[in-house]
Design a protein around this ligand. Structure first.
Ligand code: ZN
Length: 248
């Protein structure tokens, strides 16, 4: 082939590479946008939605994809964009993504969202009896292999899931106050956001370093190889005091 006929092919390839970079980097926020759009289907006079909330407490901060405040309860939503098989135990620190036989780890999103709920409870000082529901929502490209009793679902199931709660548990005033408190507690400024990203990376590095040295990233105990129902895995030597596990 002459260089002239190859040129369009070359352009096409460059375009493809540029696009795939863009696609990869926009993954997280694209998932959040999809769920944001779905949450707009909720009656806005009954459900108040906060997207991309950054909560600070002391030197720490946590980023929460969506919070829905209603008289029926508070819903805290973590969105995930993953392909392939995604599976893991309710208690394990990490879940596995298996994509065409290649395995990757992700932090257990159920535990992750429980952390978000703790942060919300801390900033709200809620009275007893106000329910806070956890929702972990995956894109439909993922095949989920997790315990069906866990609040893990697909994006399209989020709105029906929220709507099934129809017993009023908060007063209208409590809904308004909760919404306002969360909005003002959310640090929207870029400085806080950058600091947050840095903290997350640092924590991840600390965890990775501990694991690479055979130490438990939670308590510093020793990681020991154990045989479980689903194969071999590393567990913390301080079990049952520490329930950290690492699956390959
Ligand atoms: Zn441990």
């Amino acid at each position: 082939m002459s260089p002239i006929t190859l040129f369009p092919l070359f352009l096409f390839l460059v375009g493809l590479i540029a696009f795939s970079f863009y696609w990869k980097n926009s993954k997280g926020s694209r998932g959040e946008k999809w769920v944001t759009r779905r949450l707009e289907r909720l009656d806005s006079s009954k459900y108040l939605v906060i997207n991309d909330l950054l909560l600070r407490y002391g030197a720490n901060s946590t980023q929460i994809d969506h919070v829905v405040v209603s008289v029926y309860g508070i819903f805290v939503i973590e969105t995930k964009y993953y392909k392939g098989w995604v599976y893991g135990g309710a208690e394990s620190e990490y879940w596995t993504q298996n994509i065409y036989g290649k395995k990757f780890q992700l932090r257990n999103p159920v535990l992750q969202n429980q952390g978000h709920i703790r942060a919300i409870k801390r900033s709200l000082k809620l009275r007893e009896g106000i329910p806070v529901y956890s929702i972990v929502a995956f894109s439909r490209q993922a095949s989920l292999g997790v315990n069906p009793t866990l609040p893990v679902m697909y994006w399209r199931q989020v709105v029906p899931y929220i709507r099934q709660y129809d017993q009023p548990r908060l007063s209208e005033t409590e809904v308004r106050e909760t919404y306002d408190t969360l909005l003002s507690a959310g640090a929207a400024d870029d400085v806080a956001r950058k600091q947050h990203v840095q903290n997350v990376r640092q924590n991840q590095r600390r965890r990775d370093l501990a694991v690479s040295q055979g130490r438990c990233p939670r308590c510093g105990g020793e990681l020991v190889l154990r045989n479980g129902q689903y194969g071999r895995f590393y567990g913390c030597s301080n079990y049952p005091r520490c329930r950290y596990t690492l699956h390959d």
